[in-house]
Design a protein around this ligand. Structure first.
Ligand code: SF4
Ligand code: SF4
Length: 125
């Protein structure tokens, strides 16, 4: 899978043998839109308020999905046995990794490949 403006491709089949590195590791923000808030709450069959209270933390004026600190790592609260428990309605941020704006252009692929084993160098013709 390739995207214009990125100097790498992504092999989705790598996710099968990955221990969900993009959902764990260093602490980070897992953000979602209002539409995604409704979709995730519906999926969990709870109200949006319950979702915000029980599964999110406030980050300034917005909310991020909570992480749990386990063995020195931060894991998304929805990660269970390396699987996302809200996969069908996961936020766009999760769906679009590793094609994030901050990795566009001439990204250091060594670094990014450490974060995601599905990242591959583009073959130059
Ligand atoms: S880190 Fe990359 S390979 Fe691993 S689950 Fe996430 S997207 Fe897939
Ligand atoms: S919502 Fe799902 S895909 Fe996104 S970080 Fe959490 S476990 Fe990973």
């Amino acid at each position: 899978m390739e995207r214009e403006g990125f100097n790498f491709s992504f092999n989705p089949s790598a996710c099968d043998s990955c221990d969900a590195q993009c959902c764990s590791g260093e602490s980070g923000e897992i953000l979602f839109s209002k539409t995604e808030l409704s979709a995730i709450s519906d999926y969990l069959q709870i109200s949006t308020n319950e979702f915000l209270q029980n599964y999110c933390r406030k980050e300034g004026y917005r909310y991020s999905i909570k992480e749990l600190k386990i063995g020195g790592q931060y894991l998304c609260i929805f990660l269970e046995k390396n699987r996302c428990q809200i996969y069908p309605v996961r936020p766009t941020q999760c769906r679009t990794f590793p094609f994030w704006d901050r990795f566009s252009g001439s990204t250091d692929l060594k670094e990014l490949k450490r974060e995601c084993i599905g990242v591959e160098e583009l073959t130059k013709l």
